[in-house]
Design a protein around this ligand. Structure first.
Ligand code: ARG
Length: 567
């Protein structure tokens, strides 16, 4: 039930402004003792030619009060107090009835949304930045699908480009086949890094690399075979990570997929009179938009990253007829996407406006900046393994008797990393700190998962000793402020999801689940539920605990984290 809407409708019956404006004006009072909603009357003062205080008073007299405990005016504000008993009962029963689908809707109306995420580069390690796009994209996919959008998840693999010329050269000269078989990405990275070091001494290596890439583009057998080998080896490794993270894609159409679709695009750009020569390259001028030109073909005739993105967007429109085409890519590529979207628009594609770059910040570990060129990287499998191992240590200390420790450590350790990524606004930079993110206290994944496990343990305890089945539960017993605050949080799930969709910002859901956990713990610390004498009260509290578990589970699921019943 949308109580804000109900408040707005009641006001609407008495005033001459439209309902959207009213909804926009409604505020949440700063303190719980001032009610749940407040409507400021300043704006009405102009048209009604009365003081805001007078208007608030009038409205208070005339407004329909059914369903509210009371409606009061505080100076120029009209404040609404929900009928707590009804609100608590309705909310808890709705959650328990909807179960895993609590919070979902059909708002998306089956509209098609393409979500591109992860998109690592073949033959290079999957780094912490790729993990960032992977978890944001996975979460957006889940959130949008939950609200009825029809999503297609695309992994736009970086599997084409001049770097493959370098890699072929490096492979032919320096590869250690044994190392390649056991740790493919590490070996490919080693020879790639070596190429850059050697090319600094002897720049003619770059010409060799260009020649090999040209051969690859022309479909020469040997080069294509090597490229396929690099791609296959890398994909095996990437898919291991996706399995650990529980992330899926509907398509792995990467850059190479557009090789044969670029000519048509280039021709189209040319026919529209947009293609110009610049220092031997073919470009689209974007001076009018204060941007450097979008390069379509380099002076040696090779196509580039942007050309493939133009082809990809066009292909996606044709194939998926998207309502939105979302790119989850680091904010250092903002200019690139701006150039691509503007070029698409200049080509006459109205749908260019439906393409969205969902940017995110950089990730650092202590003070190490991560770059592939110099080989100074943190490998993601190491990172995930460490998270799991460290979590296992903590569990061994806190709960040595736990049965399925490894499984729990996996869910909690990986969950801790995902949570750290999705906790703040995505454009904010992240600095990883083990102690902080693995702590069971504070705003962390383990804290929320631990809260869930604690709630589950209450349910187990009570179920074991429950024998008074004839006593009826009484929601009116949930009359403390902690309980009301908790149920208010539970009721706000949908709202947090709507913000997340509006801003394409999974952190709205992460923040939300932190607030739920905090509200639950305040309540939990107040009562010893299992030992309550009053059975009707105990039963009501148990329902609330169940509802809390359900909401935490649903919310964590939307950010790609699994719950554990014990930890
Ligand atoms: N492979 C690129 C990288 O690792 C990201 C690809 C982003 N997607 C795109 N359509 N350009 O930086």
């Amino acid at each position: 039930m949308d109580y804000k809407k109900i408040v707005a409708q009641r006001i609407k019956q008495l005033v001459e402004i439209d309902i959207e404006t009213i909804e926009g004006l409604i505020e949440i009072p700063p303190r719980p003792e001032m009610g749940e909603f407040a409507f400021p009357c300043f704006q009405l003062a102009k048209t009604m030619r009365k003081s805001p205080n007078m208007i608030a008073k009038d409205l208070k007299e005339k407004i329909e009060k059914d369903g509210f405990e009371k409606i009061e005016c505080y100076g120029p504000y009209l404040n609404f107090f929900l009928d707590k008993g009804v609100f608590i009962k309705n909310t808890i029963e709705k959650i328990l009835q909807d179960g895993d689908s609590y919070g979902s809707s059909k708002i998306g109306d089956g509209k098609n949304i393409v979500v591109e995420y992860s998109s690592p580069n073949i033959a290079k390690p999957f780094h912490v930045g790729h993990l960032f796009t992977t978890v944001i994209g996975n979460s957006l996919y889940k959130i949008l699908s939950f609200e009825g959008y029809n999503c297609t998840g695309i992994n736009h693999l970086g599997d084409w480009g001049t770097q493959f010329g370098k890699l072929i050269y490096a492979y032919k000269n320096w590869v250690d086949e044994e190392a390649l078989a056991s740790e493919p990405i590490k070996e490919l990275l080693r020879i790639y890094v070596k190429f850059h070091a050697e090319a600094e001494i002897d720049p003619t290596l770059n010409d060799e690399a260009k020649m090999y890439f040209k051969k690859l583009e022309d479909g020469c057998e040997e080069e294509v075979k090597l490229w396929t080998k690099f791609r296959d080896l890398s994909l095996v490794e990437f898919k291991k990570l996706y399995k650990i993270l529980n992330v899926k894609f509907d398509s792995y159409a990467g850059e190479s997929f557009y090789c044969d679709k670029m000519d048509a695009i280039i021709k189209d750009i040319d026919q529209k009179g947009l293609l110009v020569e610049s220092n031997g390259a073919k470009v689209v001028m974007l001076d009018d938009y204060n941007m450097p030109p979008c390069i379509i073909k380099k002076s040696d005739g090779a196509t580039i990253y942007a050309t493939r993105d133009l082809a990809a967007a066009t292909y996606r429109k044709k194939t998926y007829d998207f309502y939105k085409n979302i790119y989850v890519v680091g904010k250092d590529q903002s200019l690139h996407f701006n150039q691509v979207f503007t070029t698409l628009k200049l080509m006459g594609n109205k749908w260019a406006d439906d393409c969205v770059h969902v940017a995110f910040g950089t990730v650092r570990f202590a003070d190490k900046k991560l770059s592939t060129r110099k080989g100074d990287v943190i490998f993601l499998d190491d990172l995930l393994n460490q998270a799991v191992a460290k979590t296992l240590e903590i569990i061994n200390e806190k709960n040595p008797e736990l049965k399925n420790k490894d499984e729990v450590a996996k869910k909690v350790g990986i969950g801790a990393i995902i949570f750290t990524y999705l906790k703040n606004h995505r454009e904010r930079d992240i600095i990883f700190n083990w102690d902080e993110m693995l702590s069971f206290e504070g705003e962390t994944g383990p804290y929320v998962q631990y809260t869930y496990a604690r709630a589950k343990s209450i349910l187990r305890k009570v179920e074991e000793n429950s024998n008074k089945n004839d006593v009826k539960l009484d929601y009116n017993k949930l009359n403390s402020s902690e309980e009301f605050e908790l149920v208010k949080q539970l009721e706000g799930f949908k709202k947090s999801i709507m913000y997340a969709i509006e801003k394409l910002e999974p952190s709205m859901v992460t923040r939300y689940v932190i607030d739920v956990a905090k509200a639950f713990n305040k309540f939990y610390n107040q009562y010893n539920i299992a030992n309550l004498e009053d059975e009707s009260n105990k039963k009501a509290k148990i329902k609330m605990v169940k509802a809390t578990c359900q909401v935490i589970k649903n919310a964590l699921n939307l950010i790609g984290i699994e719950v554990v019943d014990r930890m």
